[in-house]
Design a protein around this ligand. Structure first.
Ligand code: ME8
Length: 520
């Protein structure tokens, strides 16, 4: 029985078009989902849009449309982007779906039944951009002396009747959770931050508003709408059918991984598990807060005029190049930077010149010199066995790194395997063997054929379309491209037995031109 694996991204605010940060997070989640599927796990992958709250209401007002119209239009762009990026999600959730309203209201009722909700008056600071309440002590001063949130966003003084959640009651249970599951918050630096925050004491949280109505109504208190984070976080269980006791819920909850950005770790590791504990639902297994993606070291913003449309990037360089670049260039968990030059340099050095060139040379030589024919009647020599063992070691290291979400390190191991192949090609010089020892040439090319197949399968979660185009040409069946296939010692004789013959190969990783106007 395949072990289930449930992964989610944050649900994105559709108050504008998706940006490169949204693409980054969702690509990373997709790589994880594909990697886990290749391990033989039954994966469920959820993403979507977070459509209520003041931020949405305010933006809609600014544009002169209803929040609903804004959400419908922008949510469509997110879905479109994720389809372009080849994101293999199973569920795209929108918080305006009726089933989500029912789910959040049930969570609320359970928290209330547990004695954790009470009516009071909120007086304090609120940032609409962060959709977050802040303590006076957390605020920083802006250039003009104005008060700003710790994220640098404007805050406004808010006085309202509000429902409160007894977050203070959950200080110890949360600390117990972090201590009993040290992997609950990752990376380590964010875990330490959150531990310090919770150890410092928790105040009860305002969880409803009365000054606007774009949200989910509080059951039995209809002039209140719920705080958008109570609503948003619940998406992760709505998508499995909560509050119904569905097969999906039983199979996939608690989630294996909530993948989110570093700015929203507090919501996911303090508020969310506290709500769940209150409602008697198990908390997720892990929350990973990835870093921010910067454009040449700078945050993208309309005022700087450096906002990049991820669809354009994908169209310009190709989806797989963009996916590979993001996973390879940035140490996952830390902030990272991208630029056109960096993308072209990385793609050319590693995908085109190293792996692409290796695959194309090997397959072309097999096509030309062996008439595309594979054989099993040649004994392996010591260098062949050494190469195959080296490739296996590097691929195993790659998989360990991917398991740890250390994608850049994992791809570095993969590159080491590619380099080992290229070194073997140089040493064995099959083009010289053509005249001197054609049998040995065939042995070298077929060893390389097997290595290229392993390398393509290993990197497939990152560059699925290109890897599949390569594997198609190599006669590898679509269902034999996972870890079980890598471990199958009999695949090569089985392929040869089918009588498969290579056609003239077509390269799958073209060299990219450095665009003149962007060159430094
Ligand atoms: O926070 N680089 O939505 P959001 C990398 N709706 N990641 C980035 C980024 C960047 N430059 N900018 C944003 C929300 N992100 C809430 C989430 S979840 C129940 C509700 C990440 O559209 C950000 O950290 O502002 C978050 O994980 C995701 O994109 C959506 O951000």
């Amino acid at each position: 029985m395949a072990e289930p694996y449930y992964i989610t991204t944050a649900i994105h605010y559709p108050n504008g078009r998706p940006h490169i940060g949204h693409a980054y997070e969702t690509i990373a989640a997709d790589v994880i989902a594909r990697f886990q599927r290749a391990q033989g796990r039954e994966v469920r992958f959820q993403t979507g849009t977070d459509e209520h709250g003041l931020k949405m209401a305010q933006k809609a007002r600014e544009l002169g449309v209803s929040p609903r119209e804004l959400a419908d239009e922008m949510s469509g762009y997110f879905r479109e982007l994720f389809d372009i990026l080849n994101i293999s999600y199973d569920r795209f959730i929108r918080t305006t779906e009726p089933c989500h309203h029912a789910s959040v209201q049930e969570l609320w009722r359970r928290m209330e039944a547990n004695g954790d909700l009470y009516l009071d008056r909120y007086e304090g600071w609120y940032s609409i951009r962060d959709e977050a309440y802040y303590d006076e002590s957390e605020l920083i001063e802006g250039e003009g002396g104005e008060k700003l949130s710790p994220q640098g966003t404007p805050v406004e003084w808010t006085v309202e009747e509000s429902w409160f959640f007894r977050l203070s009651k959950y200080q110890q249970p949360l600390l117990d959770l972090y201590n009993s599951n040290p992997g609950f918050i990752r990376p380590e630096s964010r875990r330490n931050e959150i531990m310090r925050f919770v150890e410092g004491g928790l105040r009860d949280l305002s969880v409803s508003r009365t000054s606007f109505d774009w949200g989910i109504k509080v059951p039995g208190s209809e002039d209140h709408v719920m705080y958008v984070w109570v609503d948003a976080l619940t998406n992760y269980i709505t998508g499995l059918g909560f509050p119904e006791d569905t097969p999906e819920f039983r199979k996939f909850w608690p989630a294996d991984l909530h993948l989110i950005g570093k700015d929203i770790v507090r919501f996911h590791t303090v508020y969310w598990p506290a709500f769940l504990l209150s409602a008697g639902v198990e908390p997720p297994k892990q929350v990973f807060g990835h870093g921010f993606l910067l454009n040449r070291g700078q945050k993208e913003s309309k005022s700087l005029g450096n906002v990049t449309d991820p669809v354009e990037l994908a169209e310009r360089f190709g989806v797989d190049v963009l996916r590979y670049f993001l996973m390879r260039e940035i140490s996952f968990g830390q902030d990272g930077s991208y630029s056109v030059e960096a993308i072209v340099t990385r793609a050319n050095a590693e995908l085109a010149n190293s792996f692409g060139n290796l695959a194309q040379r090997v397959l072309s030589m097999i096509f030309k010199n062996l008439e595309g024919q594979l054989r099993t009647d040649i004994a392996a020599t010591a260098p062949d066995e050494h190469l195959e063992a080296t490739i296996r070691t590097h691929i195993a290291a790659m998989q360990t790194s991917f398991e740890e979400l250390a994608f850049s390190e994992g791809l570095e191991s993969w590159m080491k395997a590619v380099f080992a192949c290229n070194q073997y090609v140089d040493e064995q010089a099959p083009w010289e063997l053509r005249k001197t020892d054609p049998e040995r040439m065939a042995g070298v090319l077929l060893t390389l054929f097997r290595c290229v197949r392993d390398l393509a399968i290993a990197v497939r979660p990152v560059v699925p379309t290109s890897a599949d185009r390569l594997l198609d040409q190599m006669g590898i069946a679509p269902e034999a491209r996972d870890v079980a296939a890598l471990e199958d010692g009999n695949w090569f004789p089985a392929l040869v037995a089918t009588g498969f013959r290579m056609d003239k190969p077509v390269g799958v990783f073209p060299r990219l031109e450095m665009p003149a106007e962007d060159a430094a």
